[in-house]
Design a binder for this molecule. Structure first.
Ligand code: SAH
Length: 351
């Protein structure tokens, strides 16, 4: 009977029910034609519009430290990369970035860094509470890695609203291919569960086409996310960095990323789904394509221009020379060109 089902029907079921049997999902991912793909993207974009209209939410990304105690094989700021030019932003600089961002219409600030022990919980809480005091109508998102539950609780009490922590891959064997022994998927999961229980809007996600990834591992990720119920999902293509063990690995495909964005939109109609910088790096109009495949968030950089070129997780990162205001204008134009508009609001999850 299965053989009578075609990919359009699979997309219809996915849209209607928010899930598919694993075997059906596998066929969908592996046998999509160009035509099926159009149909999938159209359904995903319609689903995004039903829930969020043609609004695209902005998140101002402040990359405040590229020091990292971890040694993830894929990442350009891993501790073993002696060539990385390390920097930390002071509290005053971070607050200035937020002020600039606020004037440009940003209502969410994402503080991201490597896992840098210099930034103790006390320092992080101080920064978060100062941003919230200066801009009470804004959301603060942290993306600073794995911490003990007490630390997450302290950040939440200080006023942090959201937390991004990609699970990277839910399969323990695959996790081991991407990370050294000291990092485990068990702890990653514990972190995600703690964050959710504490009350954060939580984001997870993975790199598409990273070394060792198979369709089955991706299916594991899709069903894990369905069960976990994140408020945000960040996915982008894996892009090799020249000073990492994965320097000679193949880049993840833009097409696969777009297909997964669309599938994720159909599985999570209300999730906040960014068209990531990695997608914009892999394809000059990758972020626009992402929105047309169901994404509804863009995360332009608000870091000071003198450090932009130093927060390099992968090679070829875009916009490393632009001022925040330029990025803002550029995004406005890009989004308008495809019939969407940038919303000046916090853009909270409707999950
Ligand atoms: N230290 C923080 C922030 C990590 S950087 C944390 O642990 O959450 C944010 C994300 O960038 C990572 O979760 C990873 O999925 C992605 N990333 C890292 N290296 C990459 C690469 N080479 N290509 C594409 N994405 C990458």
């Amino acid at each position: 009977m299965d053989r009578l089902k075609d990919n359009r029907e699979r997309v219809d079921i996915l849209r209607r029910e928010g899930t598919l049997l694993r075997e059906e999902m596998k066929i969908l991912l592996e046998t999509l034609t160009e035509e099926d793909q159009q149909y999938l993207f159209q359904n995903a974009a319609e689903t995004a519009r039903e829930n969020y209209g043609t609004d695209v939410y902005l998140r101002g990304l402040i990359e405040f430290s590229n020091y990292c105690k971890n040694d993830c094989y894929y990442c350009g700021i891993r501790r073993s990369n002696r060539k990385a030019d390390r920097y930390r932003l002071g509290e005053d600089v971070i607050l200035n970035c937020c002020d600039t961002g606020y004037r440009l219409g940003f209502r969410t600030f994402v503080l991201q860094s490597g896992e840098d022990p210099f930034f103790t919980d006390e320092i992080i809480c101080g920064i978060v509470s100062k941003i919230k005091a200066a801009h009470p109508d804004c959301a603060v998102t942290l993306s600073i890695g794995e911490k003990p539950r007490q630390s997450y609780e302290a950040y939440f009490r200080a006023g942090a609203d959201r937390y991004l922590l990609r699970h990277e891959t839910i399969n323990p064997l695959h996790y081991r291919m991407l990370h050294p022994e000291e990092l485990t998927i068990e702890n990653r999961r514990r972190c995600l569960e703690d964050l959710k229980e504490i009350g954060f809007q939580v984001g997870c996600g993975m790199m598409v086409g990273c070394p060792g990834q198979t369709t089955d591992f991706l299916l594991d990720d899709l069903y894990f996310m369905k069960e976990f119920g994140p408020h945000m999902i960040g996915i982008g293509p894996f892009i090799p960095h020249q000073d990492t063990p994965f320097r000679d690995q193949k880049q993840g495909s833009v097409q696969d990323t777009l297909r997964l964005l669309a599938v994720i939109r159909l599985m999570h109609p209300r999730v906040l789904l960014p068209a990531t910088t990695a997608l914009g790096t892999a394809d000059p109009i990758g972020r626009e394509k992402g929105i047309l495949a169901g994404a509804n968030v863009i995360m332009p950089n608000l870091s000071p221009t003198d450090v932009r070129g130093k927060y390099l997780l992968y090679d070829g990162k875009i916009c490393t020379g632009d001022e925040a205001a330029e990025c803002r204008r550029c995004m406005e134009l890009r989004v308008q060109k495809i019939g969407y508009s940038i919303a000046v609001s916090r853009g909270d999850s409707r999950v």
